[in-house]
Design a protein around this ligand. Structure first.
Ligand code: ADE
Length: 226
């Protein structure tokens, strides 16, 4: 899978993608991440990429031209499945959306800044708008990094234990059950007996029950969905 990220401050994201699971995905040739600085596509004197908004009002708006030039350059070399704009007024990101995006070949992520981007890009170029939560961040870079992380770990071959992504919270609309590791007794804080029983069926039942209880008390909305 290939992900191209358009940003006014690509350096912000550089190191995030150079560690741990995402680095492994890149090393294994399963994921390519390309960062593009929108300023490089500006024809203006000082590489400006924003302008005043028509009709007046506070806040600058990101201009069409440098963003579209960058996107069109990329489209010369390959077809993109999605051109996604990270924005607080997009559709709220959830696991199902991540699952389906992880099956795509090529996607572009556009990180917004300032007051937003010229609406005509949203009307004519952007195929999807995604928000990572009901709060406003100062730019789309962190949201893009969140999305890439969530997608990257689902690409087959990226995680060592192939089943572990499938047993994540949310994969079956349930939160994950509690997990424990050694020691079995830490100063009197004990691991539930069932996990030490060696009885796989009982353990599986216990985990399911724990997942249900956790979901009912913390995220009952997940049980109401479809
Ligand atoms: N840009 C600023 N805030 C955002 C959010 N919550 N989600 C996605 N993009 C954003």
């Amino acid at each position: 899978m290939r992900i191209d990220i358009l940003s006014a401050v690509p350096d912000l994201m550089q190191s995030f993608f150079a560690h741990s699971i995402l680095q492994r995905a890149k090393d294994r040739g399963l994921l390519e991440i390309h960062l593009h600085n929108i300023h490089d596509y500006s024809l203006k004197k000082f590489k400006q990429i924003d302008d005043y908004q028509f009709g007046g009002g506070a806040g600058m708006v990101m201009s069409i031209e440098p963003i579209l030039t960058c996107i069109e350059n990329l489209q010369k070399d390959r077809k993109y499945d999605e051109i996604i704009f990270m924005t607080p007024d997009g559709v709220l990101l959830e696991q199902k959306m991540v699952n389906s995006l992880s099956l795509k070949e090529n996607i572009i992520l556009l990180c917004g800044h300032y007051k937003g981007i010229d609406e005509r890009l949203r009307e004519h170029v952007i195929t999807r708008e995604i928000s990572i939560g009901s709060y406003v961040l100062s730019g789309g870079e962190l949201p893009a990094a969140v999305l890439v992380d969530a997608i990257g770990r689902l690409i087959p071959g990226v995680l060592n234990d192939e089943t572990s992504a499938l047993t994540d919270s949310f994969q079956d609309n349930l939160l994950a059950p509690p997990v424990y590791t050694r020691p079995a007794d830490f100063k009197g804080w004990k691991v539930p007996d069932v996990l030490l029983s060696g009885n796989d069926k009982l353990i599986e039942e216990w985990r399911f029950q724990q997942s249900m209880e956790r979901t009912k008390s913390r995220r009952p909305d997940l049980l109401e969905n479809d």
